[in-house]
Design a protein around this ligand. Structure first.
Ligand code: IMP
Length: 175
């Protein structure tokens, strides 16, 4: 598949992604039984994952969104810009952050810091993908879909310079 000027090859199929999401949702359904969690999805990249995950959640729950940006084309800039902040009252809530991919972990570190001093009951992260070789921050991601190598991926919400989000599968940069 070509996205802008780069060639990508198939990496995770629609079936593999959907199966993994069912597994993650089952775990969350068990762990948060009898609670009413508040999911907060990090835009833009997690919009498809958040949508499919929530369809498998059988708890009374709410969802809200934050919009952050740290990537330019294929590189992390190191600074996390907040485009839509946290507007929800999270006092005494069980918060579950939904992320598409944890790369350096800068975005997640920044997000998690915002929940300090807000009196949350708990805060955990569910990320569809993580690049363990790229993570530089000491953060705990409780629910992980796939551990992937430190290679650029697109599709299923993830973009290359804004493009390539609109696929059911995930593709890896051809090397
Ligand atoms: P981090 O702050 O370095 O952990 O990067 C997190 C954000 O960078 C993700 O939410 C994505 O938006 C973006 N990102 C990181 N790696 C990739 C990738 O391989 N493809 C597309 N976006 C990525």
């Amino acid at each position: 598949m070509k996205v802008k000027d780069k060639e990508f090859i198939s990496y995770l199929s629609e079936g593999e992604i959907q199966n993994k999401i069912k597994g993650l949702a089952n775990q969350i359904n068990k762990d948060y039984k009898e609670t009413k969690p508040l999911f907060i999805a990090i835009l833009n990249g997690s919009f498809m994952f958040a949508s499919d995950l929530l369809k498998e959640i059988n708890l009374d729950c709410e969802i809200s969104f934050m919009k952050l940006s740290s990537y330019e084309e294929m590189n992390s800039t190191g600074t996390v810009r907040e485009l839509i902040g946290l507007t929800e009252n999270v006092f005494k809530r069980n918060v579950i952050i939904i992320e598409d991919i944890v790369d350096t972990g800068n975005t997640m570190k920044n997000v998690l810091e915002q929940f300090k001093d807000r009196g949350v009951k708990s805060v955990e992260v569910v990320s569809l993908l993580i690049k363990p070789e790229a993570v530089v921050n000491d953060i705990e991601i409780k629910y992980i879909g796939f551990e992937i190598p430190n290679k650029f991926v697109v599709g299923y919400g993830l973009d290359y310079d804004g493009f390539g989000r609109n696929t059911k599968a995930i593709y890896q940069l051809k090397s």
